[in-house]
Each structure stands twice: as structure tokens, then as C-alpha cells.
Design a protein around this ligand. Structure first.
Ligand code: GAR
Length: 188
């Protein structure tokens, strides 16, 4: 069985989807820990409900990104981690973490990358007038939503109901993230 750690900052629906997939043995792994950078994030409640330990590490308590990431590495040191899954973790990973967990950090983003990086990707796409919305799962590098693409899915939508397309994308995202994790873990 493989070991996952999830980093998240907010709602945590992807966190939940991954944990449930592990608990139902749909993914042959367990989620060892949630790392969260926001003390009031809803994902912390989800972790409690699912029986996953969580650790809140606030960047503002450190004088530099390097020190913040060193603290994360220190906390992760006892674990033998196969994959770190960013799930709505709204922070660029720095060289400190990247070099320690090279090739083991992946992310999900709600656009067909390399289009519409950063926050509010679905709003950006809608504003641009795109008709193909989508999800990308990718390896993480030190750039914003950059790194080699693992998988993508798209949905054709020629409308302007943002909440409708967000809901459809979220369902697609959960499925794609789970299938990507499964595939990656079998290659390890
Ligand atoms: C997800 O849609 C994820 O793709 C996005 O944040 C959302 C978090 O939802 N991430 C990014 O935009 C990263 N740039 P969740 O908290 O319900 O999983």
C-alpha cells in the first residue's frame, strides 16, 4: 500500500474524493496526513470527519518561504511518502520542497493548461469566451500551475452559467484526479 499526503487550503472536495477512494480501496493507498496553510479552512473539518490527521502550518509564522517549507519537510520526515497531492493548495511550491520531493508532487487545476493559470481559472475561461472548459492534472514545478501534464479532460459548454460549469468540472476533476493517482502509483 502506498502513502499519500494531501496539501489543501480551502473547501477540500478533492481531499474528500481522494480519501474516500482510498478508504473504498479504489486507490491502493492511504492518506497519512493533511497539510493546510489556513487555520479556518473547511478541509480541516473534512479531515476530522474522515479520520485523517491534519497539520496547520501558517506561512506567516515564518520569516521566509524556505523556512516555512523546511518546517513542512521536518513534519513529513517520519513518513515514507509516495506522492504529495496538492488539492486546492493555493501556494507556489518553492525549491526547498521541490528538491526534497522531486517528481513526487502533483496538482489539479480547473483549466486546460497552459491556458488560464492561477486563481479563478474557470471565471478567466468564461470571460475569455472559451467553449472547451477542462481539468489538468500535472507534476508540480516552481512556476504557477506549471510542470509536465499527466492527464486532461475537457467539457464543451457554450453557455454562461458559471455555477453549472463549475459543478460539472468539479465532478470531472474528482474522477480525473483519482484515476491519475491510481495510474501514477502503479508505476512507482
Ligand atoms: C479545485 O478546483 C482545484 O482545481 C483548484 O482549487 C479547487 C479546490 O477545490 N486549484 C487551483 O485553482 C490551483 N491553481 P476543493 O478545495 O473543493 O478541492
Amino acid at each position: 500500500m502506498k502513502n499519500l499526503v494531501i496539501f489543501a487550503s480551502g473547501n477540500g472536495s478533492n481531499f474528500d474524493a481522494i480519501v474516500i477512494a482510498c478508504q473504498k480501496c479504489n486507490i491502493d493507498a492511504r492518506v497519512l496526513l493533511l497539510i493546510c496553510d489556513k487555520k479556518d479552512a473547511y478541509v480541516i473539518k473534512r479531515a476530522q470527519k474522515r479520520g485523517v490527521p491534519s497539520l496547520v502550518i501558517l506561512p506567516k509564522d515564518f520569516t521566509s518561504k524556505e523556512d516555512y517549507e523546511k518546517k513542512i519537510i521536518e513534519e513529513l520526515a517520519p513518513y515514507d511518502i509516495d506522492l504529495i497531492c496538492l488539492a486546492g493548495y493555493m501556494r507556489i511550491i518553492g525549491d526547498t520542497l521541490l528538491s526534497r520531493y522531486e517528481g513526487k508532487i502533483i496538482n489539479t487545476h480547473p483549466s486546460i493548461l497552459p491556458s488560464f493559470k492561477g486563481i479563478k481559472a474557470i471565471e478567466q475561461a468564461m470571460e475569455y469566451g472559451v467553449k472547451m472548459f477542462g481539468i489538468t492534472i500535472h507534476f508540480v514545478d516552481s512556476s504557477l500551475d506549471g510542470g509536465k501534464i499527466i492527464d486532461q479532460r475537457g467539457i464543451y459548454y457554450n453557455g454562461n452559467d458559471i455555477s453549472y460549469i463549475k459543478k460539472r468540472l468539479l465532478i470531472l476533476e474528482h474522477r480525473l484526479y483519482i484515476s491519475s493517482i491510481k495510474k501514477l502509483l502503479t508505476k512507482l
